[in-house]
Design a protein around this ligand. Structure first.
Ligand code: KIV
Length: 284
């Protein structure tokens, strides 16, 4: 693995060479370090943090301030990966000017290299304005969680031929507007494969089958730290939640049984100082 910083150019080259692109979410400093050290190409500070870190039922309550707070921590932990800040609900939909200001904050204040926005043709003007301002934009179509209320749940998108055709048109429009890559979330595998073939920019799939140029998962799903539900497309590589539960139980039992802290966890005064202290206390 090269230690050179991953850029949008690196991703384009990987697509051209047919090398899979890896992307993972991170929301804090230690996770960013682990993901970066693993050689993952792209770290997404996703607004999924609203669900897996902040405990909301969806991503809608996530604010720009929360995103910047987490993005700054991630930027302190990662050296090599391309860092993408996820524009939260209502940070880019209101006006192009708002989108520019908020996207700019990700780069200027939080150390991100790029931003991601959800949506298809309706976001083309915004993408164009951001790209013209020098801000690299990753698109995101298919299941776009910020429209969960409109979709009536987290459901597969592009199931019918007509809906799939609209997805292809959205993908082409976003590429034309200047996106450097495109997330395809929860779309039929054949459609994701078709879009990947049609586009020059890389596609990154989540629940979109094996034929995308890259894959992304939410860190907490991957390591078993989000236990409310597990989407069908997730492969769990560890069960950290169960390990944490075990550790907390053991700690509680040790404290209650006075097994912790043991002498190796404690620091004692020099004996002479201690005796002087006891004499002093007797005099008072
Ligand atoms: O917010 C997020 O983590 C995302 C990924 C699931 C692509 O948008």
């Amino acid at each position: 693995m090269s230690s050179r910083k991953v850029t949008v150019r690196t991703l384009r080259q990987k697509k051209r060479r047919g090398e899979p692109i890896t992307m993972m979410t991170a929301y804090d400093y230690p996770t960013a370090r682990w993901v970066d050290e693993a050689g993952i190409d792209v770290i997404l500070v996703g607004d999924s943090l609203g669900m897996v870190v902040l405990g909301y039922p969806n991503t809608l309550p996530v604010t720009m301030e929360a995103m910047l707070h987490h993005a700054k921590a991630v930027a302190r932990g990662a050296k090599r990966a391309l860092l993408v800040g996820d524009m939260p609900f209502m940070s880019y939909q209101v006006s192009i000017e708002t989108a520019l200001r908020n996207a700019g904050r990700f780069l200027q204040e939080a150390g991100m290299d790029a931003v991601k926005i959800e949506g298809g043709r309706e976001q083309v003007d915004t993408v164009r304005a951001l790209v013209e301002a020098g801000i690299p934009v990753m698109g995101h179509i298919g299941l776009t969680p910020q429209k969960v209320m409109q979709f009536g749940g987290f459901r597969l998108q592009g199931r019918t031929a007509e809906a799939a055709k609209r997805l292809v048109e959205d993908a082409l429009a976003l590429q034309e507007a200047g996106c450097f890559a495109l997330v395809l979330e929860m779309v039929p595998a054949q459609i994701a494969g078709y879009i990947t073939q049609r586009l020059d920019i890389p596609t990154i799939g989540i629940g979109a089958g094996p034929d995308c140029d890259g894959q992304v998962l939410v860190f907490h799903d991957l390591v078993g730290m989000f236990e409310e539900f597990t989407p069908k497309f997730v492969r769990r590589y560890a069960n950290i939640g169960a390990e944490i539960r075990k550790a907390l139980q053991a700690y509680k039992e040790d404290v209650e049984a006075r097994r912790f802290p043991a002498s190796e966890h404690s620091t004692y005064m020099e004996e002479e100082e201690w005796q002087t202290f006891l004499r002093l206390m007797q005099e008072t």
